[in-house]
Design a protein around this ligand. Sequence first.
Ligand code: FAD
Length: 456
Amino acid sequence: AISPKAIVSDACASYSTLERLNRNVKPALDDLTQTTDFFSHYRVNLFHKKCPFWDDGNGMCGNIACAVETLDNEDDIPPVWRASELGKLEGPRARHPGKTVQKEEPQRPLRGGLGADVGESCVVEYDDECDERDYCVPEDESATSKGDYVSLLRNPERFTGYTGVGAKQVWDAIYRENCFQRSSFPHSAALGHDTAAKGPAAMDFRAVIEAAGRQQALEQQRQQNPLTPFVAQTGLELEDECLEKRVFYRVISGMHASISTHLCWDFLNQTTGQWQPNLDCYVSRLHKFPDRISNLYFNYALVTRAVAKLGPYLSEQQDYTFCLGDAAQDAETRTKVLAVTEKAASVPQIFDESLMFKNGEGPSLKEDFRNRFRNVSRLMDCVGCDKCRLWGKLQTAGYGTALKVLFEFDNNVKPQVPVLKRTELVALFNTYARLSSSMEAIQKFRDMVMQAEAAE
Ligand code: FAD
């Protein structure tokens, strides 16, 4: 078990501090993401982009059959419990009006609406041009489609049965090819300008894995003696690995850990048809890998810091409008947002972004870091399950927004007010909510493990 006093490396907080903070933030975050139209609907291009890295038609990706065939006795279970059904989107979807129509008719109803009770003025998004500071591919990149609006409440992130070679190929590409061996990527031409290797900044992924292993050993050492000083907190280089490379790996691994937590917590027993936590799933994917849990907590610290930093920009004084033309909903949404940002700010310096891209090879890594992250977000178009793709896209966009807020905006420099699209805000706060519920689930799973051990 991880000692609560142990420090989450690269963040400036212990596990117990983050858990306490989460108990404080979670009710406000749930309220924001579950009761406001603005934050419970996401615009996403789910169906009109092809996987840019490999051929969707080869059965490895984009083809749900590749996932289904690896499940045991899929044919024997009721059709509604099959992966192809579980992975489908639920509820109405509304087409985005498109830029030209928006200009001509600013308040027009959504085509194929999301329901009478959804405040359209809180959901429709005005298109902006993309920003060179983006860490993910903006959702309006496609020339042919502007994506659909979907209800996140009707499509919770949970077990879908998506597994096998298709899922493995995507995770492999995220970790190995796309992150640190891009120069060897077989289809790099498909990636366009972002793929150009950046000379000395190109990295060897194995070195990162090894460093992560060393770091895990150090972390275990610290867990035994939490007072052991930790160099990474000071921003100094840990062994051979610099902070920036570690952070990149941790963001990806923490996101993966959060997805695994949700599918284990909200798991469908395909024999009984019961949705329930699956302790074996948790033990085999997370409990045995404290580094994965540490990365999830690290992400919580990083996103908390981004949300706290954003607070002043979303306040009344800055006049950020959430619901155009609906003053009451606008005020209510703002109050709920500020409840979250204020609580997030209650633990100061939870993550110190000013240490990144500063020392050693740091400054030269920034553009590379951003380009790599964009490629991870592009990989989401290779996820062969609609619901998984929805949440994969939302979370990569959420981390992309957090990174943009942390590294592209300086609270001390006046004119640098972040211009965030609605999509980015929705993604950021929902990603925060995902991490928050993962942390809660992990604590409950931990108790279940202890109870099971005590009963033996
Ligand atoms: P995987 O989770 O596929 O992991 C593959 C390998 O990566 C592991 O063998 C391990 O070596 C390594 N690994 C695992 N976790 C970590 C970590 N945290 N850090 C570092 N390395 C790690 N399934 C659902 O049921 N619901 C979903 O919503 C869902 N969303 C998905 C979103 C995306 C973007 C992707 C790519 C997949 C998604 N899946 C989802 C599938 C799910 O993540 C798993 O791939 C699937 O359950 C098979 O799991 P697995 O045990 O084979 O290992």
